[in-house]
Design a protein around this ligand. Structure first.
Ligand code: COI
Length: 466
């Protein structure tokens, strides 16, 4: 249950003020129309629908999804007019996408939307919406530079959105249907990834445009990155890099006497595809961390009973498989599988009964955010997991070390690594599934759509089951 605080008490009034500014009060006064407006996930374009406020006008606009290929083609031969049209796409797309999520939040039960963390996110979104919708058409490079400054400061201001949402959702776990809560989280996180992708892509193109070596119209196909898109993401290299980092951190967390499992990679070792590297590193990092942690801890328990204490733990086996459309990465461990009481909530952000336990273990909402690209933006540079009852040491040093080694932020210990990994995987039309062999181990299957021709997936699957 949300704790009572002054902030808690004033949240409804702040929300009402905001809602009034945005026409929400008008909507509350028109329940019949509201029901029409809110039927289904979004009823944009419905014949019966008529805008009644600024927000409604934006909610009525459809998002215009992009694919990795479009991002690449667009940035491949960059000119001033292309950069300006990219700016105008972002200028209209950000408030459109944010308005949809503000509307989602308005439709949450009152007790949920007034949760202090959720209402802070609402305020951040409202502010971003209001700022972006007021940006005038970008006509010159100077306009664009000013716009980029606004984007950068918004990206920074929104760094706390994920931990706030995660805390809010845990606190609201008993207050709303679990499936609806998770669906809300999936949609809001996916949308957030999408906004950060288009915003960061535009910032990266602008940086390229201003780079001393850049000449307008020059083909950039030789370079490894077009904006944020890494053209030749090698699955093997990403697994190796994330694996080394994970093992390093495990060594430090468990100490020199604890053997850390090897990570063996086989299959189609040359598989490569265009992707946003930080998205892939997030997912692979989370999966490997889960596996390493589970194997180490199971081995520790077994070692106590065995006669040969020097027996190494079983390796984690990664198989890469390339097909005409996909690259599939299977990560198999012998860490004992997922305990059956955790299984039903493995993909859940709200965690059901486990939410109270997670909350009890937490202190304050961490200041840092939740994804790698966010920290990269925060630092001004270019550009993991469900704990199976793990030790705090490993979780904590994993988070902070990865933050410095691969820009991964500290583990928030909010139980969202695995569900967030799936949001990342599905965002570019991929999938993430886990098969647990209880008592033996886990096989995780990550499927990536390798041609880059699939649009970003902005809507959530209807079912949230594993
Ligand atoms: C977010 O990070 O939540 C965003 O909406 C990003 C956007 C303000 C650029």
């Amino acid at each position: 249950m949300p704790r009572f605080s002054l902030q808690n008490a004033t949240a409804p009034f702040r929300l009402m003020r905001r809602a009034g500014e945005l026409g929400f009060v008008a909507r509350v006064q028109l329940p019949a129309r509201r029901r029409q407006q809110t039927r289904g996930s979004h009823s944009h374009g419905s014949a019966k629908w008529r805008p009644v406020s600024v927000l409604d006008e934006w909610v009525a606009k459809e998002a215009r999804p992009i694919s990795l290929r479009q991002l690449m083609v667009f940035g491949r031969s960059l000119t001033e007019s292309r950069l300006i049209s990219s700016a105008n796409y972002v200028r209209t797309e950000l408030p459109t996408r944010i308005s949809h999520r503000i509307r989602d939040m308005q439709q949450l039960p009152y007790v949920v939307v007034t949760n202090p963390h959720i209402s802070e996110v609402y305020d951040l979104y409202y502010n971003a919406f209001d700022t972006f919708r007021k940006v005038k058409e970008i006509k010159t490079i100077e306009d664009n530079d000013r716009f980029c400054k606004t984007i950068r400061s918004m990206l920074k201001a929104h760094l706390t959105v994920i931990p706030k949402l995660a805390m809010g959702i845990l606190e609201c776990s008993g207050l709303m249907d679990l499936k609806d809560l998770d669906k809300f989280m999936n949609t809001i996180l996916r949308s957030r990834i999408s906004r950060r992708v288009i915003a960061e892509q535009h910032l990266a193109l602008t940086d390229t445009f201003h780079a001393p070596w850049f000449s307008p119209g020059a083909k950039l196909s030789e370079s490894e990155f077009i904006g944020e898109v890494f053209l030749k993401c090698m699955a093997k290299e990403v697994v190796e890099r994330c694996g080394e980092t994970t093992r390093d951190i495990a060594r430090r967390a468990y100490g020199p006497d604890v053997p850390i499992p090897e990570i063996k990679i086989d299959g189609h070792l040359d598989a490569s595809f265009p992707y946003i590297l930080s998205h892939l590193e997030y997912i692979i990092g989370e999966l490997l961390r889960n596996s390493v942690q589970a194997v180490v801890e199971k081995h520790q328990r077994r070692k106590d009973k065995e006669t040969n204490p020097n027996q190494p733990p079983p390796p984690i086996e990664v198989t890469i498989c390339e097909s005409p459309q996909h690259v599939i990465i299977r990560i198999s461990d012998q860490g004992g599988g997922v305990p059956h009481d955790i299984l039903p909530y493995m993909w859940s952000f709200s965690k059901g009964p486990a939410s109270q336990q997670l909350l009890a273990n937490l202190g304050q909402v961490p200041k840092l955010a939740a994804t790698m690209q966010e920290l990269q933006v925060d630092d001004g540079h270019k550009s993991h997991n469900e704990s199976k009852e793990g030790t705090d040491d490993f979780d904590q040093s994993y988070g902070s070390s990865l933050a410095s080694l691969t820009s991964r932020p500290p583990n928030l210990r909010l139980g969202m690594g695995l569900p967030l990994s799936r949001v990342y995987a599905e965002y570019w039309a991929g999938s993430l599934a886990l098969h647990s062999l209880e008592g033996y181990g886990v096989d995780a299957f990550l499927q990536i759509s390798k041609l880059g021709n699939k649009n970003e997936q902005l809507t959530t699957r209807a079912t949230m089951d594993a």
